[in-house]
Write a protein that binds this ligand. Structure first.
Ligand code: GLU
Length: 318
C-alpha cells in the first residue's frame, strides 16, 4: 500500500471485529533461518501487547513453504525464545502438519467459485508485460480466469481478487486501503510445486487458533487486505492488526536470511530485549536493561503502550 492510498475511511472497512475479549495474539515465524534482531522485535511487540492486555500469546511455526524451510531452524527459534524468557500458551502449531486443513479451505473456495485453475507459466505471464504488484511480482493478467484454454493442464490454483477496495485501521500505521485487483491481482493459493501459499495458511490458522489480535512486521502490511478478503470468503472473523516498523540494515534492507542477518544470542538477555523495546518507542532505564530477565519482563509489560510505537515502515537502529 502506498501512502497515497491511506485515507480516513473506505468503502469496505474491516475494523474492530476482532476486539472481543479475551485477547489472543501470536508470533508466527517462518523457520527459514535463526531468530535475528528483526524477528526478536516482532516477537517482543506481539508478546508485550498480548500480556499487557491480559491476553494469550501463541507460537506458530510457519513452515508451510517447505523449500524455504531450514532444518533445525524451528527448534533453534523455540529454544532462543525460551532462553529470552518468552512463555507461550498451549501447544506450538506447526503448519507442515496441517496440509489437510489447508486443503479443506481450498476445497471450500473451489466449491464457492472463488478460486480457479491456472495453466500459465511465469514466462507466459511475463510475455504480457503486466504491471508489478505491491509485492514486486507481476500482476496476473487473468488469462485463465474464464477457464483453461485448449485442454491445457492446471499448474496452480488462483484466488479471484475483485476490483474492490479493502480498508482497515491499523493500530500502529493508521487507516489503510488497497484495491485488490489493481495492487495485487489474482494470487496463487496452491502452487505448481504442490505447496500451499502463506496467505491461505495464515488466514486458516489465525482463525483456527482463535487469534483476534495480529501484531507483526510492517513488511506484511500489504498482505493484510488480501487476508481480510480471504477471511470474508471463508466466513472467518477479522482480527485487529498492528504492523510494527521493521529493522533494516544501513542499506535500508529488511533484516532477513537473504540479507544475512545474524542470529540473536540469548546470553545478551535484558540488554538485547531492551534494545528491541527501545526500537519500538520505549526507552528502557539503565538499571532494567542491565538487570535480570524477570525485572525486564515486569517493567516491559507494565510500560507497554502500542501508541508509542512509531508509525514507520523501516528503521535502521543506531
Ligand atoms: N511467517 C511470517 C514471517 O516469518 C509471519 C507471518 C505473520 O505474522 O502473519 O515473516
Amino acid at each position: 500500500m502506498t501512502s497515497e492510498e491511506r485515507q480516513q475511511s473506505g468503502p469496505a472497512r474491516a475494523t474492530g471485529e476482532g476486539t472481543r475479549s479475551p485477547y489472543r495474539g501470536r508470533f508466527a515465524p517462518s523457520p527459514s533461518g535463526p531468530l535475528h534482531f528483526g524477528s526478536l522485535v516482532a516477537a517482543l511487540g506481539s508478546y508485550l501487547d498480548a500480556r499487557a492486555n491480559n491476553g494469550q500469546w501463541l507460537l506458530r511455526i510457519e513452515d508451510v513453504d517447505q523449500p524455504r524451510t531450514v532444518r533445525g531452524a524451528a527448534d533453534h527459534i523455540r529454544r532462543t525464545l525460551e532462553r529470552f524468557g518468552f512463555a507461550w500458551d498451549g501447544e506450538v502449531l506447526v503448519q507442515s502438519r496441517r496440509l489437510d486443513f489447508y486443503h479443506a479451505a481450498l476445497v471450500r473456495l473451489q466449491l464457492d467459485g472463488d478460486v480457479y485453475p491456472c495453466a500459465c507459466s511465469r514466462r507466459e505471464i511475463a510475455s504480457h508485460s503486466p504491471p508489478r504488484s505491491v509485492d514486486g511480482a507481476l500482476v496476473y493478467p487473468g488469462t485463465c480466469r474464464a477457464g483453461l484454454v485448449g485442454g491445457r493442464a492446471a499448474r496452480a490454483w488462483r484466488l479471484r481478487l475483485p476490483d474492490q477496495v479493502v480498508a482497515f485501521d491499523d493500530r500502529v500505521q493508521g487507516p489503510m486501503q488497497q484495491n485488490l485487483q489493481r495492487a495485487v491481482g489474482d494470487i496463487i493459493l496452491l502452487r505448481a510445486d504442490g505447496q500451499y501459499a502463506y496467505q491461505l495458511a495464515v488466514v486458516a490458522d489465525d482463525a483456527a487458533q482463535g487469534v483476534n489480535a495480529v501484531v507483526r512486521g510492517v513488511d506484511l502490511l500489504d498482505s493484510t487486505p488480501r487476508q481480510i478478503w480471504l477471511q470474508r470468503r471463508l466466513g472467518l472473523p477479522t482480527p485487529t492488526y498492528a504492523h510494527l516498523p521493521v529493522v533494516t540494515n544501513a542499506a535500508g534492507e529488511k533484516l532477513s536470511k537473504q540479507t544475512r542477518a545474524s542470529a540473536v544470542d540469548p546470553a545478551a538477555g535484558s540488554a538485547l530485549l531492551s534494545a528491541a523495546l527501545h526500537f519500538l518507542g520505549h526507552p528502557v532505564p539503565a538499571e532494567i536493561s542491565a538487570g535480570p530477565l524477570g525485572d525486564f519482563w515486569r517493567w516491559a509489560i507494565a510500560s507497554w503502550s502500542i501508541d508509542r510505537v512509531p508509525a514507520l515502515r523501516g528503521v535502521c537502529p543506531g
